[in-house]
Design a binder for this molecule. Sequence first.
Ligand code: FAD
Length: 477
Amino acid sequence: MSKIYNVGIIGGGVSGVVTALEMVKYGIDSILFEQEESVVNGPPFCHLHAGGNLYPDISDEQCRVLMKQSIDMARLFPQSIDERPTFISVPKSENYEVNQITDRLEMLVAYYKELIAEDALNEILGDPSSYYKTYNKADLITLENNPTVKHPNTADEWMTNAIQLIDYKKLKTPIILVQEYGWNLFRLAAQAQLALQRTEKCQLKLNTSVTTIKDVRYQNLEHNWEIHTNSDVYKVNYLVNSSGYKTGVIDASLDITAERLIEFKAAYVSKWQPILGLIPELIFHGMRGTPHGMMQLTPYCDNYYQIHGMTEGITLFKNGLIQSKSNESQPEFEAAINKKLNSGWEPGDIETRTESAIDYVTKFVPSFKSATVGGPPFYGAQQIHGDDPSLRVGEVSFPSASYARSEIIKASSALTVANQIINNIQEAHNMPSILEKINQNVVLDSISKNEIDKLASALAIQRGYPEALSRLVIEKA
Ligand SMILES: Cc1cc2nc3c(=O)[nH]c(=O)nc-3n(C[C@H](O)[C@H](O)[C@H](O)COP(=O)(O)OP(=O)(O)OC[C@H]3O[C@@H](n4cnc5c(N)ncnc54)[C@H](O)[C@@H]3O)c2cc1C
């Protein structure tokens, strides 16, 4: 008789890989199917939302959840975290008030202290008293005249480097510098893939697309589900659908409908002249979807910069946000977006959109006009369960017995969702042999920096990006 796996996981994005790796800690064996040649190759991520400061409109509760989840993920994948701060500003042209952000920063400091009191290892955002710093106009005038610092260490040094490049007279004050770090997807992918290949508890099937699922739960068999690929059938007791924006395709094969939104978005890779000192990530807030939506400039190694602009000509797309119709599981994008998702971008499109993105940055960083296209864009479709497009914290749902559907919105929710799935397995006694949690992160921790460097670099090249994007601006030991 062919093997029966405890759990079958469809999709090796951040959610699927973290679920498989958490299960290892409980002795739960799994089989993970990923249709591409490496894991974590779906929609990108570059920012660790440790406090939700990129979202002036979300609730305090969502900010706290984002902070806790981000810390948990950073502890699992420390080699993917780029410890440079984030500069947060509100242009004078916007209706937002800076106090929409500053009012909750003290709440976040208090919450961060609580997390550290619970577990000292949670202190990954630096000392709580330095979680953020605000700068008024007089501070900026002083810093502007300080010398640039090649490798800044203090908040003032980071702000000095940034403010010398920015037309800050266009910005409201105070301006904020906060310890929200960068998050390198190639490095997370590398560590996760190496760990999954090292453990005997997970069988990782790359280049393997799941075609259908057969529900055999009520047929008195020793397994509940049969997972079909083009060439084989795999038997499992518990099914996890972590196929990202395609969760509805698996639902459809099980005749399950659900309300969901999916949104196609892109960020652009540019190369800029060498500047004298490192800069933080730069955020210029603006109303999403308007011609002055938020601008985000993310520094990478070797003078590469990634650009998001929350307008329709840059990160967002006409008809890029779609909703499932009643009695439908999977919303369908129009042909032009599907073409990008399935076959990649036309070179002309890469050039036009990246140049628009560069131009957008020059509004606040005039010298950025010398930047050029640095590589293909990062892009993908993101799922949002329900019908509220402003939701930022993801979930898991259990549409029927022995079936979990991961619906994360931000990559930081992956660990929370993995643990909710494990709780569901325990509560339902789906697994006869489930153990107590046996260790911390033995498998992930066994992967060396050297191994991560090597595979992350290979993954960046394999996916057509400059190798420098696989490295951290602030290198870790
Ligand atoms: C432009 C952009 C920027 C973003 N920036 C950030 C950020 O800075 N910080 C952040 O936290 N989040 C960010 N996000 C969100 C983040 O990318 C997602 O939350 C996250 O990638 C979702 O992970 P996932 O595992 O649920 O899905 P995915 O990453 O989509 O993984 C699903 C996987 O399933 C595989 N798959 C699908 N169907 C099948 C099948 N039938 N058989 C086998 N395999 C299958 C796919 O190949 C894919 O690898 C961003 C999203 C976008 C679009």
